[in-house]
Write a new protein. Structure first.
Length: 202
């Protein structure tokens, strides 16, 4: 910024949606072709936070016909955005259990103790919805279910919800790459906002 090489103290992030897709990381600018409509900005929360975090969304799950299965509200909790953590979200235990119940996940009787769902039923699973004061980011089964080829206690492919149990601290949940892959995001330190919009390249 001091050398005047950037227009703004910000960066825009588009994570690759799959192995065939390409991503984008641009400093000081953003690209309108990567998103649909105008950005919606969310202030850093709390105001004195030193990391990229915003007010935690309401999280719910809905059947494909729009019928709501559950809705979980947060009060005084922030959502930290993390592009490395593999889970769609790290949230309280009771919310993890609600997701497992909604997806009919079962714990395989192995040493791994991992909840799994049938890999051939992923497209039929309910939507996982993140509602930021009216802005909804919707993940379908293909987004929040992870598919793996092999693990020492699974002798073949298996599929499991990418939902981690626990908070980063007493008042912070974490939203990871499966969430970030659904949006084009602009992180603006001057304005102290995170702006996002549904991506176009999926």
């Amino acid at each position: 910024m001091e050398s005047k090489q950037l227009e703004k103290n910000s960066f825009a992030l588009l994570l690759p949606y799959n192995r065939q897709d390409i991503g984008d990381l641009s400093f000081g600018t953003s690209h309108p072709e990567f998103h649909e409509g105008p950005f919606i900005s969310h202030p850093i929360y709390p105001e004195n936070a030193s990391t990229w975090q915003i007010k935690a969304p309401t999280i719910s799950m809905r059947h494909h016909d729009g019928t709501e299965i559950f809705k979980y509200f947060f009060t005084g909790v922030s959502a930290q955005l993390d592009s490395i953590l593999p889970a769609a979200a790290w949230v309280p235990d009771e919310l993890v259990q609600a997701v497992l119940n909604a997806t009919n996940a079962t714990v395989d009787e192995t040493d791994c103790d991992i909840p799994v769902v049938p890999c051939d039923k992923i497209s039929e699973l309910p939507h996982l919805v993140f509602d930021f004061d009216g802005q909804e980011i919707v993940l379908n089964g293909e987004d929040y279910i992870g598919e793996a080829e092999w693990l020492f206690c699974f002798r073949g492919p298996y599929c499991s919800p990418l939902i981690g149990s626990g908070l980063r601290d007493d008042d912070t949940i974490v939203l990871g790459p499966p969430f970030l892959k659904k949006v084009y995001s602009v992180f603006d330190w001057d304005e102290r906002t995170v702006s996002c919009k549904s991506r176009t390249r999926i």
